[in-house]
Design a protein around this ligand. Structure first.
Ligand code: SAM
Ligand code: SF4
Ligand code: SF4
Length: 380
């Protein structure tokens, strides 16, 4: 099949220069960044393409038929991804999330999952291996993903009302098919399943309570995400953000909640458990989460790095430039030791804390200088 190659002139900014390595750079301790945060979580984008056009992520007007997606030769191969993932595991990563674009569109993704599922931490433990999907192909793929070694999935779902959902994905995709995907994931044992709902004021805020009622008591954790100022194409404005505190307030009008402790350090979601008649957390009813990426900065514990589809390492979701690791992966003179030293040096130089700064400087920072990469390219 011939592939149309369009010159890349858009969001993919020049990469940052790779750090110069010191002779004999020591790998005996795991790296901490400039704010003393460890590197434990790696998100890998396996494609920049998607079959949805969620307006907050890949608006139709920008991601149209002329949009210059990456040509196949620019994508990291499965072998390259597995090699760099192995290096990251050696430098402290314990959790890998596959994302995109829509990761289930990447051909033979099960092969990559098999390779990643076989990785072990230095003390012999398997990784926490998960994937974020829009759920459109999940009914078809849940069992093969499980068989390949995937542990769990997070499914994005912005409402239960079919008309609202079709409008938000903007390709007229029916909600019933995503619900069938979630059911297939549950039947295949891809749990605990999380469902992410991006809340946009004026668009799907009335779906908060129906979504909570639907998933309460099912073992599926519903998480409400504040609409974020990622990328440069979604026309973000603060007026469309519904603060998490307001989400919790609205839930509480009908479904009493109690706040729960974080389950792991660096957790992005604040956890709230459904309460019983005595006002205590009832584990049979389960919990919800809120991810307050706009109104409450959680950079202090941010242990996440992101690898773009073409092998650039981004240190923050709101970064405008990344480090080109593909260049090293494709250079026969570079070995895994140099790769590890490079990853260490990059991580040690990290000082990113965009949300904290946005909190200090105000929402206008979202439209300020330094165009950010798109979430579909860097991965959510
Ligand atoms: N296509 C997959 C999906 O939708 O689950 C994976 C990639 S998507 C970029 C990852 C996550 O980012 C999704 O849960 C999506 O809802 C979220 N996301 C995308 N744009 C966002 C925005 N502007 N604000 C908040 N969340 C966003
Ligand atoms: Fe596609 Fe996910 Fe972005 Fe929606 S959020 S457009 S499903 S990549
Ligand atoms: Fe991490 Fe950047 Fe998000 Fe802060 S803004 S939590 S540093 S990804």
């Amino acid at each position: 099949m011939s592939e149309r190659v369009i010159p890349l002139v858009d969001q993919r900014h020049p990469s940052l220069p790779l750090p110069t390595l010191m002779a004999g750079q020591d790998l005996s301790t795991l790296p901490l960044d400039g704010l003393r945060r460890p590197l434990t979580d790696l998100r890998i984008s396996v494609t920049d393409r998607c079959n949805f056009r969620c307006s907050y992520c890949m608006p139709k007007e920008v991601f149209d038929k002329d949009y210059a997606y990456l040509p196949h030769s620019h994508l990291l191969s499965f072998e390259e991804i597995t090699r760099i993932a192995t290096v990251f595991v050696g430098r402290g990563v314990r959790k890998i999330r596959l994302t995109g674009g829509e990761p289930l569109l990447r051909k033979n993704i099960e092969i990559l999952i098999e390779q990643l599922a076989a990785l072990r931490t230095p003390d012999g433990q398997p990784l926490d291996l998960t994937l974020t999907t829009n759920g459109s192909l999940l009914a078809r793929k849940a069992q093969s993903l499980k068989d390949a070694g995937l542990q769990r999935v997070t499914v994005s779902l912005d409402g239960l009302d079919d008309a609202v959902f079709r409008k938000m994905n903007d390709v007229d995709f029916p909600v019933a098919d995503v619900l069938a995907g979630i059911e297939a994931a549950r039947a295949a044992g891809l749990g605990p399943i999380k469902v992410n709902m991006v809340v946009k004021r004026g668009t799907n805020e009335h779906e908060i309570l129906p979504m909570a009622r639907h998933f309460r008591g099912t073992g599926i954790v519903l998480r409400f995400i504040e609409y974020m100022d990622v990328g440069a194409t979604n026309g973000w404005c603060m007026d469309e953000v519904l603060p998490s505190a307001e989400v919790i307030r609205r839930l509480q009008t009908e479904l009493p909640l109690v706040q729960l402790d974080p389950s792991v350090p660096g957790e992005t979601a604040e956890r709230w458990g459904y309460a019983n008649a005595q006002g205590e957390f009832d584990s049979a009813l389960g919990e919800v989460g809120v991810i307050s990426s706009v109104t409450q900065a959680f950079c202090g514990d941010c242990n996440r790095a992101r690898l773009s589809t073409e092998g650039r390492l981004y240190l923050c979701l709101f970064a405008s430039q990344g480090y080109d690791l593909r260049q090293l992966l494709r250079d026969p003179t570079q070995n895994d030791h140099t790769l590890a030293q490079t990853v260490d040096a990059i991580w040690r130089g990290r000082t990113d804390q965009y949300s904290v700064l946005r909190g200090l400087r105000g929402p206008d920072m979202a439209s300020g200088p330094g165009r950010r990469v798109e979430m579909s390219y860097i991965g959510g």
